[in-house]
Design a protein around this ligand. Structure first.
Ligand code: 13P
Length: 255
């Protein structure tokens, strides 16, 4: 990838895994293995692990992210966490619109867009997830699905803000299934995402946006996926829970 144009970012998405004590153990194991990384390294962790993760990551090259945030600053939204609550702790990133939230918790492009704008307004960098279902790919509408998600999720996001936004292409059929998109499939859709952003904004803006691939990325396939021009990093689920595997992916992105 052209690192002069954009940042390579490897982010772990821990999902609903690890207690604070376990988070401390995992991050402590990851830290020395990624200290020389020539890419940005992020751990997106459950809300209850944030404080511990921030403490362990202090003074290291690991940035900490959350896995969601609400669009309102405060109020009667039981169970929700605002962007400001996260920035006030020192959290820098937030995963938004993950397919698991879309699939199991009624997340829509409208709410992803609201959360994205709120995150940016609060100074958080969103990692906005998009991706097609298997049957959508089989029906040959992957590009329509992705274009719709990109347009709706980024609606009303300024050019300056979109440069701070990371897009994660996560084909739903590849998440947690052990089925990885081929490097060519990942490149094809990541390039399409960049072209869509170029149409909405301009080429220079699109060239500055980091686009990750996610979906069964691991130490064995990271090299090939990350060798593609438009694949600027990865959003890693399962493999981010194993220090050596995560570190190997970071190493692949550092080349
Ligand atoms: P897996 O790497 O476990 O397939 O998960 C990918 C993912 O959903 C990252 O957000």
């Amino acid at each position: 990838m052209d690192k002069s144009k954009r940042k390579a970012i490897i982010a772990g998405n821990w999902k609903m895994n690890k207690t604070p004590a376990e988070a401390k153990e995992l991050l402590t194991a990851i830290t020395p293995l990624v200290k020389d990384a020539d890419c940005e390294v992020i751990a997106c962790v459950p809300f209850v692990d944030l404080q511990t993760a921030l403490e362990v990551a202090e003074g290291t090259n690991i940035k900490i992210g959350a896995e969601n945030c609400h669009w309102e600053e405060s109020g009667a939204f039981t169970g929700e966490i605002s962007a400001k609550m996260l920035t006030s702790m020192g959290v820098e990133y937030v995963v938004l619109g993950h397919s698991e939230r879309r699939q199991y918790f009624g997340e829509t492009d409208e709410t992803v867009n609201k959360r994205t704008k709120a995150a940016l307004a609060a100074g958080l960098k969103p990692i906005v997830c998009v991706g097609e279902l298997l049957w959508e790919r089989e029906c040959d509408i992957t590009e329509e699905v992705i274009a719709r998600q990109i347009k709706l999720d980024l609606f009303d996001v300024s050019k300056e803000d979109v440069k701070k936004t990371v897009i994660a292409y996560e084909p739903v059929w590849a998440i947690g299934t052990g089925k990885t998109a081929t490097a060519d499939q990942a490149e094809e859709v990541c390039a399409f995402i960049r072209a869509t952003i170029a149409k909405l904004y301009d080429q220079k803006t699109a060239d500055a946006v980091t686009i990750q691939y996610g979906g069964s990325m691991n130490d064995a396939n990271a090299d090939e996926l990350l060798s593609k021009t438009n694949v600027d990093g990865g959003l890693i689920g399962g493999a981010s829970l194993v220090a050596e595997k995560f570190a190997a992916i970071v190493k692949a992105a550092s080349k």
